[in-house]
Design a protein. Structure first.
Ligand SMILES: Nc1ncnc2c1ncn2[C@@H]1O[C@H](COP(=O)(O)OP(=O)(O)OP(=O)(O)O)[C@@H](O)[C@H]1O
Ligand SMILES: [Mg+2]
Length: 255
């Protein structure tokens, strides 16, 4: 699984600087969580790493190899998108045996047999809590939370080298979110993919991450373990951010 190096990344949209002067190393098999307020550039950063956007400046390296010009399918990256359609196929069922469906698609594309696909989809849906009764439905017939689970499941059927998750738990209620968080952590240990998880919820970041990056206005203001950031915020913004979550952090960490 690749180590990801970001060097002086920059991405502008007209006058908006979405990502600026962003440098970081994300270790092999790390669960790295980027947390920051809305519009700070989180989704743009993931799209740059996935190859869906080209940086205006800077470099993206996987194990030291430059990725800037490598097209998305060759990067070994899977991204679970935020909101709306989650990149699911609207006209296909969630899963149908011996047919092209949302969950069988990535496996069949790789030439998997229908039997192997059934086994793999069975395992993943069980792990992700995707009930069989949802299989015949199309994405438009699912709730937001269910759609997110299916999108996560679709990313998991073919274990990627790099997994990019854009607010994957945003639509779940607190108990479902806590369960999904545990599941994500376990899946991460099982798959070992280098994972970048984006959220605006600091408690979620602290509970999940090996390391956290606090993002503001296009770059990382502080990177460190949850403990580092909680105990040694680097500036007033991070300190305020941590303080605003202090109650939920205390609750979460006392369990
Ligand atoms: N395609 C685009 N065209 C123009 N501006 C864009 C585009 N995509 C993003 N932006 C702008 O870039 C900035 C960063 O957007 P981005 O979607 O990366 O934020 P985010 O941190 O993911 O926010 P949120 O938490 O709300 O999802 C915002 O000001 C946004 O309006
Ligand atoms: Mg976003």
């Amino acid at each position: 699984m690749p180590r990801i190096t970001l060097k002086g990344l920059e991405k502008r949209f007209g006058n908006t600087v979405a990502v600026q002067d962003l440098s970081c190393e994300i270790e092999d098999r790390e669960l790295f969580v980027v947390v920051g307020p809305t519009a700070c550039g989180k989704t743009t950063l993931l799209r740059l790493i996935a190859g869906l956007l080209r940086p205006d400046r800077g470099e993206i390296l996987f194990d030291g190899e430059r990725m800037n010009e490598v097209p998305p399918p060759q990067r070994g990256v899977r991204m679970v998108f935020q909101g709306q359609d989650y990149a699911l196929f609207p006209h296909l069922a969630i899963y149908r045996e011996r047919s092209w469906s949302n969950l069988s698609f990535p496996l069949r594309l790789r030439g998997g047999t229908w039997e192997a696909i059934r086994d793999r989809v069975g395992k993943v849906t069980q792990r992700m809590g995707i009930k069989r009764e949802l299989f015949p439905r199309k994405p438009g017939q699912l709730s937001e939370g269910q759609k997110q689970r299916v999108a996560l499941g679709k990313a998991m059927v073919l274990p990627p080298k790099v997994l990019l998750l854009d607010e994957p738990l945003a639509h779940l209620d607190p108990p479902a979110r806590a369960r999904a968080r545990e599941e994500l952590r376990r899946l991460h240990e099982e798959l070992g993919a280098t994972t970048i998880h984006v959220t605006h919820d600091l408690a979620e970041a602290f509970l999940l991450a090996d390391r956290v990056a606090v993002m503001l206005e296009g770059h990382f203001v502080q990177t460190g373990t949850p403990k580092d950031i909680r105990n040694h915020p680097k500036n007033a913004f991070v300190a305020d951010f941590v303080r605003s979550y202090e109650d939920s952090l205390r609750r979460a960490f006392s369990n």
